[in-house]
Design a protein around this ligand. Sequence first.
Ligand SMILES: N[C@@H](CCC[C@H](N)C(=O)O)C(=O)O
Length: 276
Amino acid sequence: MTLKFTKMHGAGNDFVVLDGVRQQIALSPEQVRYIADRHFGIGCDQILLVERTPREDADFRYRIFNADGGEVEQCGNGARCFVRFVHDHKLTSKREIVVETKSGLISPRLEDDGRVTVNMGAPIFEPALIPFVSDSQDAIQPLQVGNETVQITAVSMGNPHAVQVVDDIETAPLSTQGHLIETHPRFPKRVNAGYMQIVDREHIKLRVFERGAGETLSCGTGACAAVVAGIRRRLLDNSVHVATRGGTLSITWAGEHSPVLMTGPAITVFEGEINL
Ligand SMILES: N[C@@H](CCC[C@H](N)C(=O)O)C(=O)O
């Protein structure tokens, strides 16, 4: 099978985007891993599959596969690339679309300056829904990681996140702790491990060790989760710029049941074909 693909990135978080509207696509986990492989395949953090949806209240379905082959619920940087993709490939003329994901509907809008704003929906703190094994919804919770106890905020943005505050993002222990948190038994579906440095009430720096992909240059849902965690801890205001190693995202959250809004870039790098 030969597949046409588009290589894209959102603040350095890179994707292979596949048009499942015009092509018949069913990928096995092995094929996902091959496409994502940076030496033997195309290389990416996630594969995004654009499909028609049977739902009348949505325009498309958007499926997300991590580089390790697993299908997951949500991807914020991918959602921005998604709307750019369907617009550029003339799958729709709408600049604002409603997208069905594994974790519900989200709505990305292509702005006049080429950036994209996504309504990511409201964050979830109920432990069972994250899922996180805990009988408390406190904003700060202890988590035993190896020989140390770290303080995390557990939150779902459709996908699970464990966010820590660190003094210096450059020395954050992603390489030693990231995988231990990702696979921690208190997160039964594994988790994305975020590390944020508070610069001031409107600016943070962020690194994320992603579930199923390792450290990426940027994580959109991770940025939303970090800002929500910082606001819940009363460390941040409602609109925050998030500096990642691949670019800056702007996140706004009015609190409690409000949706999180994320704005950032969505860039096409090249198009190609691959034989599977
Ligand atoms: N990079 C993404 C998140 C992709 C999924 C994540 N690794 C997970 O397993 O939940 C983003 O921009 O949100």
